[in-house]
Design a protein around this ligand. Structure first.
Ligand code: ADP
Ligand code: MG
Length: 255
């Protein structure tokens, strides 16, 4: 299998007023092309820190990150990032918002505009292209944020609690929606969530981290024998509750 991301012996030590915090210690993981992997673990175990390091936004204390075999030094153009806040610009319309990543990169050409418009059409947002973010629902805003991210053609998408601001019903629908788009676009995804169900429903593997310092405790392979699996239909499988119980127990020990 073709490997997209490799994290090798990554540790992170923060300095703060109280002294030093060892946030991550000797993290090793690899993610193959097309794989969806979730990271779960108690609050403060270093999940966001790990994603920021992979994106090149945060410096690591030791170790290396490789994306498609290339060492990540500084902000990586191969990484797309989605946060809890969709970070849409309220004064720009939907088309401008989705073009924004390309503008920053200086790729704001006619050809790219056409590609973005195609994405908007494909994912039912074209009719909203002249509207402003405040006119859209939370779920639609996340879809716009996703298209903006996909427009710059990242090799891997990092999601940090991307759905946690949405209410329960919306979250289930939006997770399903985003999952289907990512699969259609053949993306690779690394998902951080505190929600065990979300992790199981979206992933091929779930990585459990220990708290302080964050280390890899266990890696679970998630498999459902469902044709056209998606986050909603796998919740109905008996295997879903088995995985849930296993992960629940494993996290409980940490609390
Ligand atoms: P998580 O996302 O799993 O909740 P974080 O990655 O945000 O965890 O934080 C991991 C640990 O590192 C926590 O103990 C947190 O207080 C500490 N930390 C995070 N960011 C900073 C920072 N900029 N300066 C100092 N300590 C930090
Ligand atoms: Mg976090």
């Amino acid at each position: 299998m073709e490997k997209i991301l490799e994290v090798k012996n990554v540790s992170k030590r923060y300095q703060n007023k109280q002294g030093e915090v060892l946030a991550l210690q000797n993290i090793n993981l690899r993610i193959n092309k097309g794989e969806f992997v979730s990271i779960i673990g108690p609050s403060g175990c270093g999940k966001s820190t790990l994603l920021s390091i992979i994106a090149g936004l945060e410096e690591k204390t030791t170790g290396e990150i490789y994306i498609e075999g290339e060492k990540v030094e500084g902000i990586s153009p191969k990484v797309g990032y989605m946060l809890q806040r969709d970070c849409l610009l309220e004064w720009k319309n939907i088309l401008s918002n989705t073009m924004f990543g390309l503008e920053i990169k200086g790729n704001n050409t006619k050809e790219y505009k056409k590609q973005v418009e195609e994405l908007l059409k494909k994912y039912d947002l074209y009719d909203f292209k002249d509207k402003y973010p405040s006119e859209l629902s939370g779920g639609m805003r996340q879809r716009v944020a996703l298209i903006r991210t996909l427009a710059v053609k990242p090799k891997i998408l990092l999601l940090d609690e991307a759905f946690s601001a949405l209410d329960y019903q919306t979250r289930i629908m939006v997770t399903n929606d985003i999952y289907n788009i990512l699969k259609k676009e053949k993306m690779t995804a690394l998902i951080v969530t505190h929600d065990i169900s979300e992790a199981i429903s979206m992933s091929d593997r779930v990585i459990v981290l220990n708290a302080r310092p964050g280390t890899v405790k266990d890696i679970h392979k998630i498999e459902f024998e469902i044709e056209n699996r998606n986050p909603i239909n796998c919740r109905e499988s008996p295997k879903f509750s088995q995985y849930f119980n296993t992960l629940w127990k494993e996290l409980g020990v940490n609390e």
